[in-house]
Design a protein around this ligand. Structure first.
Ligand code: AMP
Ligand code: GLY
Length: 431
């Protein structure tokens, strides 16, 4: 089986690792990949957002399946273009990927399908934005409508922050065309969780729950990042909660799209706020999360590619997706200075030693090979992942592995999975 994976992050290394684990003889290609994917298959020098380059490669090489990691090529229509030349591709078509690509479209679909989410107004001028801010009151949230690499959301705790957000989005236009439209929405309070599901156009099968740590510093403080770590399962997301999210959120959205002639196939990722009044949607993503994937796939017992083909063919069923009960934890090691300016090209040592620790798998994110040496090549460099039967030991193993790995300027949080650990401790005390 010939599989092409699009992307170059920790998510794509985890996907390649799982495909290899399921099928030792698969031919795996990654565009453009990183040093981790190079150790599993072959990297191809095509950028993840180069849709025509990907289609050209697929036309020549005829893969059995293309798995698309990031949102930019999905919103850019890579799945549509591959389908046109008869190549099966996992991920939504561009019309369905708009759920992530346009926050106002996502709101329109949610409102039409009566899906619980924050009240909002879509605005285009600073004056309209200020009126909406006054309507909802402080705190308030402003979001660029389009893709902004995770940076277009402003959670404003006072008027001055709201004014700054309005300025960045609608006056200096730091987000360009992504913020032609701006979503102003009411602030909602609660604990956040990610719920991802396979979707085949109609049927929905949720994945194991996961939670990421977005903030740079311990106890979820400091600036937002692409994700400093993750763990699965999350105690906050019970089976009952997953069922509520499936029936009240994911199904109505997929059905509303279907009514409009759009088949959603691929991963649908709902970013949820668990409020006193039940779950509310913060955002949709049209793809696997990063770093959530690094903790979800090591727990997946059934073959990944089978579920993906079933999504594409419209034959998905719950028995195709099975999970091991063991918890999984991923600690992200980042370059010094991230999420601001940072240096690249730092040699990374200790990877083999780290990988020898029980249950540990080191997923590469921003790495590349310089001759034969692995060097840093991005803000998020590695996702040091451990899986095992007891959460406390699993977290300890992940951190033992982190301590083996050295590169100049390396930083990481030391409290990944703290909520799950506190929950486990509470349960121990009760018993
Ligand atoms: P998003 O990309 O829409 O998920 O927003 C990024 C982050 O902003 C979320 O993970 C939340 O922490 C926060 N956020 C987004 N929308 C809201 C909201 N309506 N109320 C409170 N926090 C929010
Ligand atoms: N972990 C958040 C995301 O993938 O967007």
């Amino acid at each position: 089986m010939k599989i092409m994976i699009i992307g170059n992050g920790g998510r794509e290394h985890a996907i390649a690792w799982k495909v290899r684990k399921d099928d030792s003889s698969a031919d795996i290609f990654c565009a453009p990949g990183n040093a981790g994917t190079a150790s599993i298959g072959q990297n191809v020098n095509i950028a993840a957002d180069d849709v025509s380059g990907i289609v050209k490669w697929a036309a020549e090489n005829k893969p059995d399946l293309v798995i698309v990691g990031p949102e930019v090529p999905l919103c850019g229509g890579v799945v549509d273009a591959l389908s046109e030349i008869g190549v099966k591709a996992f991920g939504p078509c561009a019309a369905a990927a708009r759920l992530e690509g346009s926050k106002s479209f996502a709101k329109e679909i949610m409102n039409a399908a009566a899906v619980p989410t924050a009240r909002c107004r879509i605005v285009r001028t600073p004056q309209e934005a200020q009126e909406a801010v006054s309507e909802f009151g402080i705190p308030v949230v402003l979001k660029a409508d389009g893709l902004a690499a995770g940076k277009g959301v402003f959670v404003c705790q006072n008027q001055a922050e709201a004014a700054e957000a309005i300025d960045a989005l609608l006056v200096t236009k730091s987000f360009g065309d992504s913020a032609c439209d701006v979503v102003v929405e009411e602030y909602i309070d609660g604990e956040e969780a990610s719920i991802l599901a396979f979707v085949d156009g109609e049927r929905i099968v949720p994945l194991a729950s996961a939670q990421d740590h977005k903030r740079l510093k311990n106890r979820d403080e400091g600036p937002n990042t692409g994700g400093m770590g993750a763990y699965s399962p999350t105690p906050a997301v019970t089976d009952d909660m997953t069922a509520v999210v499936q029936h009240r959120i994911l199904e109505p959205v997929v059905m509303e799209l279907k009514k409009r002639g759009i088949d959603y196939k691929g991963i649908l990722y709902a970013g949820i706020m668990l409020t006193e009044n039940g779950p509310r949607v913060l955002e949709f993503n049209c793809r696997f999360g990063d770093p959530e994937t690094q903790v979800i796939l090591p727990r997946m017992e059934s073959p990944l590619v089978n579920a993906m083909f079933a999504c594409i063919d419209g034959s998905l069923s719950a028995d195709m997706v099975r999970w091991r009960p063991d918890p999984c934890v991923c600690v992200v090691m980042v370059s010094g200075g991230y999420p601001g300016k940072y240096d690249k090209g730092m040699p990374i040592h200790g990877l083999d030693e780290a990988a020898r620790i029980e249950g540990v798998q080191v997923f590469h994110a921003g790495t590349k090979l310089a001759n034969t040496e692995v060097v840093s090549d991005g803000g998020r460099v590695l996702g040091v992942t451990a899986v095992g039967p007891v959460l406390k030991d699993t977290v300890a193993n992940a951190y033992r592995a982190v301590l083996k790995i050295k590169f100049d300027g390396a930083e990481y949080r030391t409290d990944i999975a703290y909520r799950a650990l506190e929950h486990a401790k509470d349960n121990e005390n009760e018993n």
